[in-house]
Design a protein around this ligand. Structure first.
Ligand code: 13P
Length: 267
């Protein structure tokens, strides 16, 4: 069986505790357990704890959207990776919104990735170029710099556990929202895997999971999931709509059945 398809819903700064609970309830009703698919929800920090009590762990895992790289100390307003250890499987790190709005640079992202791994949490490392960088022909350079720095404090074995999400900033619905062509996404994903292979070896590069993110919904997700190097998707806006998000999981399930990763273990 190939890797499980990873579908992550990034709720960003949406949904208070009761709204999040309602959405989770609907998703529970609508989404079945599929062995070939892993579904992860990334609600706001405040909502992680109550959702974890309501969650069916056979169906969903939780991700935090951010954390601070120091384990504890006088850092008012921050939450550390060590505090999230028992609550989440994943943490989103290096999202373009944090890089752009909160000025998180390459070194901060590197320290957060290392702290996540040290605390047993899988980093969902986001990388991607802005529209301006794309037009200047700098996509590969940007990806190279973001990847090499972010992974530089990890061993090859640790990198195998990391998930990298390619999210071109121009394709995110709340930035320019341009629909990225699957062929172009495929080239960038291939480039990312090649970078990791050159730095840490083929075995590591092969094990690493790569996601695509940017205006993904149930209508266009298939084009990305069919790409050779795409192991899943990171979904923003469409993850707030249970029809669309469950529809994305449905498409992933169909694809896994067609590939023969089938499971009949639905409930
Ligand atoms: P959209 O799916 O709304 O474009 O957001 C993508 C994203 O930023 C997920 O992290």
């Amino acid at each position: 069986m190939s890797k499980r398809i990873l579908i992550v819903g990034n709720w960003k700064m949406h949904l208070n505790a009761s709204q999040a609970s309602v959405l989770l309830h609907r998703l529970h009703e609508r989404i079945k357990i599929h062995r070939a698919i892993e579904v992860v929800l990334a609600p706001s920090m405040l909502v992680l704890q109550p959702l974890s009590m309501q969650l069916d762990r056979r169906k969903f895992r939780l991700a935090a959207q951010n954390a601070y790289h120091k384990d504890e100390g006088a850092f008012t307003g921050e939450v550390s990776f060590s505090m999230l250890q028992d609550l989440v499987h994943y943490v989103i790190i290096g999202h373009s919104e944090r890089r752009l709005h909160f000025e998180e640079g390459l070194e901060v992202v590197r320290d957060k990735v290392a702290s996540a791994v040290r605390n047993g949490i899988t980093p969902l490392l986001c990388v991607g170029e802005t529209g301006q960088e794309r037009h200047a022909g700098e996509t590969k350079q940007v990806l190279h710099d973001q990847i090499t720095t972010a992974l530089s404090n990890l061993t090859a074995d640790e990198i195998e556990e990391v998930v990298i999400a390619y999210e071109p900033v121009w394709a995110i619905s709340t930035f320019e929202g341009e629909i990225a062509k699957p062929d172009d996404v495929g080239l960038s994903l291939k480039f990312i895997r090649k970078q990791v292979a050159e730095l840490y070896g083929e075995k590591t590069a092969k094990a690493l999971r790569l996601l695509y993110g940017g205006s993904v919904d149930d209508q266009i997700v298939r084009g990305y999931l069919e790409l050779e190097d795409c192991d899943g998707v990171l979904v923003g806006g469409a993850s707030l709509n249970y029809h669309k998000f469950a529809g994305i999981v449905d498409v992933a399930y169909q694809l896994s059945q067609e590939r023969g990763d089938g499971d009949d273990n639905n409930t």
